[in-house]
Structure formats: structure tokens, C-alpha cells
Ligand binder design. Structure first.
Ligand code: PHE
Length: 355
């Protein structure tokens, strides 16, 4: 036992002496190998020898060897931390004098990591929701696969009526189709609730369209519906104007234009000034040079629609609108191409939301 103790003490001294001279990373690496090397390191060999130490002394001997090992490791660690790098992988002081660890220049700037952000359309939809929630509306949802009844018939489109052609429908099977607008949710909500009703319903809609800068076969709408006693067209106009100013700013130019929908009477479409060209580009692919772009349809709920859901049109009246979210977002954000929203190009998507 005493001879083992002497050997340990001798090794500690030898280590200290060599350590004092070790000036660079290579020397430190050699030192580490000489003492801690996995096959022939001095400390490693001591552990081998431990096997032949009598049972009664094993514990103490083991402790001493461990202390030496800790001492060597700690010394090497401190030396590395203080500037002269140790370790494997060719680590050394770089030509600029920067510290390295395992061959890595610790002063290199880190790689920027991108955290995902909500999709610009999601953000825009949330903005729309915020404005309507502030006016006391609640949010409803409805299915994307609809029946002919909810998408058309209950909305006062008789079967085979030519007005159906305006909604280029994607049929599934029999009575089922992909909803062409969010208006069927009006019917579902009125069926299950009593006035006063004040809701919006955002969601995806589908049409058999050829894509171009302002049309896509799948896009998003938000439907709005108010039903109560004494509701007039003035409420419709005031609410939509307030909403559009909240979204686009006080100075935005909007116009109401007479229109037709089977489920509203009278009906109006709302155009907004073309924010992409400002009305100055006769060849603008967004507004076609007119300076205006249609963003929503609206009107007073048709008495027949109220009857279809057992609401008395003599007592109640209502107004509704359906707004194209993608198209409105394009104009709000100055994006000339609706397809960008669905191409998943990160260079586009990363410009929105928090970075
Ligand atoms: N659903 C109509 C469309 O998609 C818009 C609309 C909604 C019109 C509600 C009037 C009232 O074009």
C-alpha cells in the first residue's frame, strides 16, 4: 500500500512538473494522453494495479487514485478555460488569437435560427376578428363540405336557377359539395339561435376557378350576420365603413355599388381603392386599371331566407356580408399576387408576424 501511495505521489509531482512546461495546446494534449490515455495513461494503469491490492486496502487506494485523476482533470480543465486550449480535434489558438474549443472558433457569430410565425392570412383573419369582437360580434364556424340545401336552396336559390352559375361549384357526390361561400353558415346559425344575432364566420371556401393574381380555387371568406328588430341598411353601411377604416386606416376610399344576390335584397358590393397601383396603372393586374377592387358582397337578408329558418320577417330584419380575406389582405399588405399566400415560399412568409 505504501508503495502505491509513493507512486501516486510521484506521479502527481511528475504531472505538475510537465504541466508547468506545457505551453501550448499540443503539449497539453500530450499530457492528457500520458496520464489519462485510455490504454497506457499512468492513472489508467494505476486503476489496473488496483486489482492486485489486498481487499482491505482497496477502498483507500481507490480513493487516492481517484483524487489524482480529479487533480489532473481539473488542472487540464482550468488550463483550457484560462486560454490555452486543450482537447482533441486539433483545437488551438487561432491565427487571430481567439480561443477555440475542439477546433471551433468560439468568437464566430452564431447561426440565426428562425422561429415559425403564424401565416399572414391567419394574422389578417385575427385582425378582422378583433375588430368585430370589439363591436360585440361572436365567432361561429360551419362545415366545408355542405349540402345543396345550405349552400344554395335555403339561401333562396331555386334548383336550376341561373344565379347558381356565379358560384362555380365543385360537387362531391349526390347532394354534397364543397361550400362556395360562407353564407351557408348564416342559415345554420339562424336555425339554431334566436335573434338578436350578431356573428362572424371565417373559413375556407372553394370554387372551380382558374388561378390568376386575384382568383384561386380555394380561398378564405369571412361572413357576417346581424338579425334583430329594426335593423336597417344604415346599420350595414355604418358597420362596414367602421370595419374597413379600422382595417385600412381613416383615409381609405370605399364605395358601395348596387348588386344582386338571391339571399339579400337590396344588395351591394363594396369596392376599395386599389392600393397596389393607386389607380395609376392602366395595366394593373389587380384592379385592371379601374382603380377599384371588389372585396365584399352584402345586403339586407332576404325575407324568404328568414322564413326558411322560421324567423318572422315581419318582426325581424337583418343584414349580412361576405368578405374575401385573401383579396383584402393583398390590398392591405400591398401584395400583387394572391398565389403567394399558398406557395409556402419562406422568403415571402418570413416578412410577416414576429421574426
Ligand atoms: N356569399 C356572397 C359571395 O360569396 C357574399 C355575400 C354574403 C353577399 C352575404 C351578401 C351577403 O359572393
Amino acid at each position: 500500500m505504501s508503495s502505491l501511495r509513493d507512486r501516486i505521489e510521484g506521479l502527481r509531482k511528475a504531472f505538475e512538473e510537465s504541466a508547468r512546461k506545457a505551453g501550448d495546446a499540443r503539449a497539453l494534449e500530450e499530457l492528457r494522453n500520458a496520464f489519462l490515455g485510455r490504454k497506457k495513461g499512468h492513472v489508467t494503469l494505476l486503476f489496473e494495479d488496483l486489482k492486485s491490492v489486498p481487499a482491505g486496502e482497496k477502498r483507500e487506494a481507490g480513493q487516492l487514485i481517484n483524487e489524482l485523476k480529479d487533480f489532473v482533470q481539473e488542472w487540464l480543465r482550468q488550463k483550457a478555460a484560462s486560454g490555452v486550449a486543450s482537447v482533441s480535434g486539433g483545437g488551438s489558438i487561432t491565427t487571430h488569437g481567439y480561443k477555440t474549443e475542439g477546433g471551433t472558433d468560439l468568437t464566430l457569430p452564431g447561426r440565426k435560427r428562425y422561429v415559425g410565425t403564424p401565416h399572414p392570412l391567419t394574422l389578417f383573419e385575427q385582425e378582422i376578428e378583433r375588430v368585430f369582437l370589439g363591436m360585440g360580434f361572436t365567432i361561429e364556424e360551419g362545415p366545408e363540405i355542405e349540402t345543396d340545401y345550405y349552400n344554395f336552396e335555403a339561401l333562396n336559390f331555386p334548383p336550376y336557377h341561373p344565379a347558381r352559375d356565379k358560384w362555380d361549384t365543385l360537387f362531391i357526390k349526390g347532394d354534397l359539395l364543397l361550400r362556395t361561400h360562407t353564407s351557408p353558415v348564416q342559415v345554420r346559425v339562424m336555425e339554431r339561435s334566436k335573434p338578436p344575432i350578431r356573428i362572424i364566420c371565417p373559413g375556407r371556401v372553394f370554387r372551380h376557378e382558374t388561378p390568376d393574381p386575384t382568383h384561386l380555387p380555394m380561398f378564405m371568406q369571412v361572413e357576417g350576420l346581424v338579425v334583430d328588430e329594426g335593423v336597417t341598411f344604415a346599420h350595414l353601411k355604418g358597420t362596414l365603413e367602421y370595419f374597413l377604416r379600422a382595417l385600412f386606416g381613416e383615409k381609405v376610399k370605399v364605395r358601395f355599388r348596387p348588386s344582386f344576390f338571391p339571399f339579400t335584397e337590396p344588395s351591394a358590393e363594396v369596392d376599395i381603392e386599389c392600393i397596389v397601383c393607386g389607380g395609376r396603372d392602366a395595366a394593373c393586374r389587380v384592379c385592371g386599371g379601374t382603380g377599384w377592387k371588389e372585396i365584399l358582397g352584402s345586403g339586407m337578408v332576404h325575407p324568404q331566407v328568414l322564413k326558411n329558418v322560421n324567423i318572422d320577417p315581419e318582426k325581424y330584419s337583418g343584414w349580412a356580408f361576405g368578405l374575401g380575406i385573401d383579396r383584402t389582405a393583398m390590398l392591405a399588405l400591398g401584395i400583387p399576387e394572391m398565389r403567394y399566400f399558398y406557395e409556402n415560399d419562406l422568403r415571402f412568409l418570413r416578412q410577416f408576424g414576429t421574426k
